[in-house]
Design a protein around this ligand. Sequence first.
Ligand SMILES: Cc1cc2nc3c(=O)[nH]c(=O)nc-3n(C[C@H](O)[C@H](O)[C@H](O)COP(=O)(O)OP(=O)(O)OC[C@H]3O[C@@H](n4cnc5c(N)ncnc54)[C@H](O)[C@@H]3O)c2cc1C
Length: 489
Amino acid sequence: MPTVEGMNLAGKTGSALVIGGGIAGLLSARVLSEHYADVVVLDRDSTPGPGVRRRGVPQSFHLHQMLPRGEQILEQLFPDFLDDVLRLGAFPLNGAALNWTNRFGTMAMHPPGKAAFYSRGLVEQAIRERVQAIPTVHFGYDQQVVELCATADLTRITGVRVRHSGAAESTTMTADLVVDASGRSSKLPQWLSVLGYAAPPDELVTSGIGYTTRYYRVPPGQDDAVPLIVVENDYTAANPAGGVLKRIEGDVWSACLSGIGGQYPPTDAEGFDHGLTKLISPALAEALRDAEPLTAPRGFRIPVCVRHHYEQMERWPAGLLVLGDALSTVDPIYGQGMTVAAIQAETIAATLRDHDGPGFEQAVLQRIQRASYPAWWLSSLEDLRWPGVEHSGGTAFEGVALLHKYFDLALERMTQQFAHRGADFDPTFLSYFAMTGLLVPPGEVINAGMLDALLSGPSTAAEQAVRAEIRAHGGSIDALLDCLVSAGS
Ligand SMILES: Cc1cc2nc3c(=O)[nH]c(=O)nc-3n(C[C@H](O)[C@H](O)[C@H](O)COP(=O)(O)OP(=O)(O)OC[C@H]3O[C@@H](n4cnc5c(N)ncnc54)[C@H](O)[C@@H]3O)c2cc1C
């Protein structure tokens, strides 16, 4: 049996079938191939061409950014992954400064080490090529999974029914493990219901997110133009829209406007141009002033973010797992989705290593919910700043008002640190950045030591707001901080 990138594929038994060849499906195929002799990935889309935006993944038109934690996992699963994306044409950052504006100021950030920017299509292609190189993983395109197959007593999933594109009849494919990675259009709740399994109510956040994306050609001679401009959504501004401009492969800028709380950005060219000028920083409009548009603007709306709670089901069929957007969808504005899929695939791998036997599937579901909860918690908390956004189902969020003020102060202190780089630069506040990059848990930011550091800086409105919360809690919030951080971990 050949060895791929240090993976030992010998001595495996059994088969796994993955529904969906997106990021979650590809990464789970990678980790399953270390434990199963045969892994099949089925996708309803046709065989993808290089870097294309696929029909089955409509969000791939829109600006995607992988968070630092996701890039770390990709490098672990696929050594020298960055070299792959560069070979496919990703834009090398070469130490360029990234420009990030929030309501407290503008940061010029220099990502440490080698880094690159790329589109969603390119990163998916790079992952797919690596997974295709694993000899025990096979792909079936134009294959739509239409239902799950189970044993007569319905306690174990034995495979799926698949319809080939254009065919009237479906056929059966068997597997020891079926993994649903079919994304936000997953039919798992219906499939489970047909088999007599009732899922608990979903946890919902009525985020009302709108995206509009448009592509531009980078004007010739602008090789040193800033490759990333982020203007954060500001719920305190007259125009709360946010915007991002990111350089990707092929001398192209991908630009997007976003809104939360039902404030959807315009999708026509004139409205898009106007929207760029209304952001809290003129940086995007200025950068794009002379750039040639390559596409019309295109919109995407997500009224509700959903977290299914399959891990709470008393009965769960053996031989079935679910991950990625099929399990939960977070607000894409925080760039977490692909990283969450990577964290979940990593968690499946860890569980496969140390948990064998009955109950394995429920153990995986519980662990991946725990591992991806910080992302859901952070994204939901941020969205709850917007009027009209509500959370229901699941465990109620504690201390939302305090957390908003605490995070405001942490963001303000970090922004100040970037503005005054020099001898007095205090790296403590970088933990806020590490937390939003999912590199460290919220406890690294929400703790008594950090609170002291946050309060010891210059007095500002954000700092006064946190002090007022402390007074309201009788002078000490240490216990409350402990409780809040355990809620988010
Ligand atoms: C507008 C927008 C912007 C985003 N921006 C970011 C970002 O900046 N950073 C980030 O990390 N994430 C972002 N995301 C989220 C990200 O796209 C997903 O979280 C991530 O790609 C994981 O998706 P997935 O693999 O679970 O599903 P998908 O990528 O949607 O893949 C699902 C796959 O399953 C296939 N499929 C579906 N049903 C069937 C079936 N019945 N049979 C066979 N195949 C099937 C589909 O064809 C598809 O290939 C964004 C999302 C949106 C909507």
